[in-house]
Design a protein. Structure first.
Length: 211
């Protein structure tokens, strides 16, 4: 069916029986690229429109082609939980002027909301990170009142750390070289042991022949 431009799928949800179906590959790829898995979409099944979320997309391990899709049908009056990606915008002075390194501790957050209120993503303005002491916490995220974030308010979302000093970089490089040398020595010891083993067996065999 994949060759015919169709992808097998299933639709299920609260209070409904799961139904197998097929979707047009080109149409799905276009929508999936635009909305991801956290935005409500309308799926036409048997001439009727269903409000669904793209719940799971299974991909081929070899070519990354989509082999199966799970759609979750929602009730518009019932709150649901979903993972929403964070979209980092703006520019940090601590990165631009001080050479700091931006550390994204969280890439997506779990939220709870009515289906119609689900955001496609949540913007995080990193221009607030002006020094190495600056942090953006979960409680700082700009979200509407209709959406509830399901992580700890004091969880760090993004921060900036100072760049490594020349001494730190030199020490790190030295550690890497030590590990490489250690691996090399271990490898040579194993080869030597393997080379000795056949010689010992040959010696044992000759001793047996003499007896």
């Amino acid at each position: 069916q994949r060759k015919a431009g169709l992808i097998p799928a299933v639709i299920y949800g609260h209070g409904i029986k799961s139904e197998p179906l097929y979707v047009l590959k080109k149409d799905f790829l276009k929508i999936y690229k635009e909305v991801g898995e956290s935005t409500l979409i309308t799926l036409e099944v048997g001439g009727k429109n269903r409000n669904v979320l793209i719940h799971d997309v299974a991909k081929d391990a070899l070519d990354e082609g989509i082999i199966h899709i799970d759609f979750y049908q929602v009730r518009m009056d019932e709150k649901i939980k979903a993972e929403v990606p964070l979209n980092f915008i703006g520019e940090s002075d601590a990165v631009k002027s001080e050479g700091g390194v931006l550390v994204k501790n969280i890439q997506e957050v779990e939220i709870e909301a009515l289906p119609k209120d689900l955001p496609h993503h949540i913007d995080v303005d990193i221009s607030a990170l002006k020094t190495f002491d600056s942090r953006i916490f979960a409680k700082d995220l700009n979200i509407p009142d209709s959406v509830k974030i399901l992580i700890q308010a004091d969880e760090i979302v993004v921060s900036v750390i100072p760049p490594r000093s020349e001494e730190e970089l030199a020490a790190l490089e030295e550690k890497v070289e030590e590990k490489v040398e250690e691996v090399k020595v271990v490898g040579e010891e194993e080869k030597a042991a393997e080379a000795e083993a056949p010689e010992q067996k040959t010696g044992e065999k000759k001793a047996e022949e003499k007896t």
